[in-house]
Design a protein around this ligand. Structure first.
Ligand code: NAP
Ligand code: GDD
Length: 373
């Protein structure tokens, strides 16, 4: 295909990388992805897209690389000559960023500079459009409700601080070198392939196991935090729309609704017919089974299914996120197709299926127990 568009996705093995690859391939793109060398397979989310490298005209091609290696990134961009780069690679876990702040600054912050600088050095400023995965974590200790493009930033974690560098260096390269470089300020988005250590997936996995009698309870941190949760499928569509816009700009993408972690847990239990009641305050809060209406999932009434573990608190927390995506709706015609209730259903159905398939049936071990951040 002479005019086939070429995309390069960093972070292709992550949640968004997988959905975006699927989306772009359906649109007829040739998709190149950056994957890290790992001692175990790390391509679970994209294995269904894999194409045998021995056949001609592959449309999905993976390359080894790392955001800390500028020579590797520059060489790949030179070889691929992408029309669009989606910079999704990041150490994306906020709690973990407190444990490894220097690495996060390098990957999430300077990594973005390495991509922008490669495009500039290679003289691709006019050809290559760049999407930077910015985040509602930039708003941190919020200065305004709801948060929109003009809301001042106040990051609350090494992750947020690294991402604020990435945000501004993207703006600076756009202004200094006329590059089509844009920030998508995306609020939390989840899915059945969400990383298992984020609170939504940790919850749906644990509740699926509790419903099947494989574990009795699980542990979380701050139940009062409020997040604006959308479905990742809606959000990757917007990444592409941002790069098709007439002008390079920065965009907030959010549902405009915010829910506590506690209510997310309630909703996920409701998917297996279980109603829970919360008792106690702060670190002494617990949840118990109040009623159970689904014969398939019989959990004893009164069973303690959730406790608080202080280790899952963050040194500095982001209490409330709620986004205003009016600009994206009005200028790009973006709309959410999924409600939070659809998202919870999708995640619960998928995790119940996974647990039933036996992948996680074994007892013990950190994968099945309460070890996650
Ligand atoms: P994710 O599932 O954690 O995926 C992160 C990706 O980055 C993975 O492919 C990971 O590779 C890769 N990566 C990490 N360190 C790397 C390095 N040093 N070199 C190369 N690749 C590296 O994250 P996500 O949820 O898909 O999010 C995608 C992007 O959007 C991230 O930048 C995130 O910070 C940002 N974001 C996410 C949300 C959200 O709610 N999901 C909201 C706003 C912004 P491995 O698979 O090998 O670990
Ligand atoms: N992960 C986790 N684990 N979070 C917990 C837990 C727990 O056991 N208990 C309570 N929480 C609370 C966190 O304190 C936080 O307030 C909220 O649940 C959401 O946490 P995460 O799901 O880890 O997501 P996040 O909001 O910190 O960060 C995600 O969204 C950002 C966009 O706002 C990540 O995807 C970031 O990469 C992304 O930028």
């Amino acid at each position: 295909m002479a005019d086939q568009k070429v995309a390069f996705i960093t972070g292709v093995t992550g949640q968004d990388g997988a959905y975006l690859s699927e989306f772009l391939l359906k649109k007829g793109y040739k998709v190149h992805g950056l994957k890290r060398r790992s001692s175990l397979f790390n391509t679970d989310r994209i294995d269904h897209l894999y194409q045998d490298p021995h056949v001609d005209n592959q449309n999905f091609i993976l390359h080894y690389g790392d955001m800390t290696d500028s020579t590797n990134l520059t060489r790949l961009i030179q070889k691929i000559q992408p029309d669009e780069i989606y910079n999704l690679a990041a150490m994306s876990h906020v709690r973990v960023s407190f444990e490894m702040p220097e690495y996060v600054a390098d990957v999430d912050g300077i990594g973005t500079l390495r991509i922008l600088e490669a495009v500039r050095l290679l003289g691709l400023e006019k050809k290559t459009r760049i999407y930077q995965a910015s985040t509602s974590e930039l708003y941190g200790k919020i200065q305004e409700v709801p948060q929109k493009e003009s809301t001042p930033f106040y990051p609350r974690s090494p992750y947020g601080v690294a991402k604020i560098y990435a945000y501004w260096i993207t703006v600076n390269y756009r202004e200094a070198y006329n590059m089509f470089a844009c920030n998508g300020i995306l609020f939390n988005h989840e899915s059945p392939i969400r990383g298992e250590t984020f609170v939504t997936r940790k919850t749906t996995r644990a509740i699926s196991r509790i419903a099947l009698g494989l574990q009795d309870k699980f542990y979380l941190g701050n139940l009062d935090a409020k997040r604006d949760w959308g479905h990742a499928k809606d959000y990757v569509r917007m990444m592409w729309m941002i790069l098709q816009a007439d002008e390079p700009e920065d965009w907030v993408i959010a549902t405009g609704k915010s829910t506590t972690v506690r209510d997310f847990v309630r909703m996920a239990f409701a998917e297996v017919g279980v109603s829970i009641v919360f008792e106690g305050d702060g670190i002494n809060e617990k949840a118990f089974v109040e009623s159970c209406s689904n014969e398939k999932y019989q959990i004893p009434l009164g069973q303690e299914v959730l406790s608080i573990d202080e280790r899952y608190y963050r040194p500095t927390e982001v209490d409330l996120l709620i986004g205003d995506a009016t600009k994206a709706k009005e200028k790009l015609g973006w709309e959410c197709q999924y409600e939070l209730s659809d998202l919870v259903k999708d995640m619960m159905q998928s995790d119940l299926k996974l647990m039933l398939k036996g992948q996680y049936l074994e007892e013990g071990g950190y994968r099945t127990m309460n070890y996650y951040e």
